[in-house]
Write a protein that binds this ligand. Structure first.
Ligand code: ASP
Length: 349
């Protein structure tokens, strides 16, 4: 792929950043609004800034409306349009931004330049907005040749995309990366954590397949029983991200619930445990309450976020019919989404 060091692809997928108030006063995506606002932003015409090519997806979406087919649309647009640009900024709603960033990290293969997903809590057209800073910094970061992975940028933090999770509904610092430090911190200085950056791909950018495979997520709660688990895991479901307590614990003494999990894993459903906690990961060797889950074929998901685990499961199930291949992929570190050393400390991966 060729590169113009001073040019960035700005892919508008939707979200608050480019929204305008609708007839009922509620913010909604508005075609053309971002391109118009960008053309009028003096900051973007500064000599320090790259040239920007705006590509708008149709339809623009509030990210609460996004589906996996939208992740595929975004990934394919990046594959088709990134050539000639130093990098890409995806403008996206914050609600499901962590899912899209995770999905892109698994979908885009052989990436050799930055793809930065950003958004804001207040639209760009409002005076007291966080959108300007997020957009300007993301566009600058997208020209940095050190970065060759999918990242998120909001409010000073450049985070690995598949490590980010939304932690505030209204705060400008809406995202955290609880189990990996930021790739870079943007203040008066730009401070990189270079040792964290993923190696560059070859640049022969490809998109992994993504089909509408039925995978689901289930959060354990006190009182959940085998009937609920059987319903959730009913055919044709092929994969489950099980949000367990603490270090991977669950109601291990509930025989019917454990039997429901065993029946599913025996017929090839891939079940991966992540933790409901914001920090840390799964160690299913620690408590007796986790043992029966492990014996039922539940895989320890290490310190992956629920968003990373779900999107990874979907991408792996789209690629492989064989549950063994999917299980192997879920326990491997594919794009820096799980801490290998920590996964060992947390339990067998
Ligand atoms: N509902 C909006 C969205 O996710 C919220 C935002 O962008 O911050 O599209």
């Amino acid at each position: 792929m060729t590169t113009d060091a001073k040019s960035v692809l700005l892919l508008h997928a939707g979200g608050t950043l480019g929204m305008l108030p609708g007839p009922d006063g509620r913010w909604a995506p508005s075609p053309g609004a971002l391109a118009r606002a960008v053309a009028e932003m003096p900051e973007l015409h500064d000599a320090e800034m790259p040239q920007v090519t705006v590509v708008e997806l149709d339809p623009l979406l509030d990210s609460a409306e996004m589906r996996p087919s939208d992740w595929r649309r975004i990934a394919e647009t990046i594959r088709d349009r990134l050539g000639g640009h130093a990098g890409c900024v995806v403008v996206h709603g914050t609600d499901t931004l962590a899912y899209t960033a995770s999905a892109l990290s698994f979908l885009l293969e052989e990436l050799d330049r930055p793809v930065i997903v950003t958004g804001s809590q207040i639209p760009l057209v409002r005076a007291r907005t966080d959108a300007r800073e997020n957009l300007v910094a993301a566009l600058q970061l997208a020209t940095d040749p050190r970065l060759a992975e999918v990242a998120t940028y909001l409010h000073g933090d450049l985070l690995r995309g598949n490590r980010a999770t939304k932690v505030s509904a209204t705060g400008f610092g809406a995202f955290a990366s609880p189990n990996l430090p930021p790739l870079a911190e943007v203040g008066a200085d730009l401070v990189w954590n270079r040792e964290l950056l993923l190696p560059k791909g070859s640049g022969a950018l490809r998109c992994a397949p993504l089909s509408s495979v039925p995978v689901v997520a289930l959060r354990l709660f006190p009182g959940i029983d085998g009937t609920v688990v059987r319903r959730v895991l009913d055919r044709p479901v092929r994969g489950l991200v099980l949000e367990t307590y603490g270090t991977g614990n669950g109601p291990g003494r509930d025989r019917d619930l454990i039997a429901a999990l065993s029946e599913a894993t025996e017929r090839g459903v891939v079940v991966t445990a992540v933790t409901q906690c914001l920090r840390g990961g799964v160690d299913m060797e620690r408590y007796a309450s986790a043992g029966p889950l492990l014996d039922a074929g539940v895989l320890p998901g290490g310190d992956m976020t629920a968003e990373a685990a779900l999107t990874k499961l979907l991408v792996l199930c789209s690629r492989h019919d064989d549950p063994g291949r999917v299980r192997a992929g879920m326990t491997a570190d594919l794009r820096g989404e799980r801490t290998v050393a920590a996964a060992r400390a947390f339990g067998p991966a």
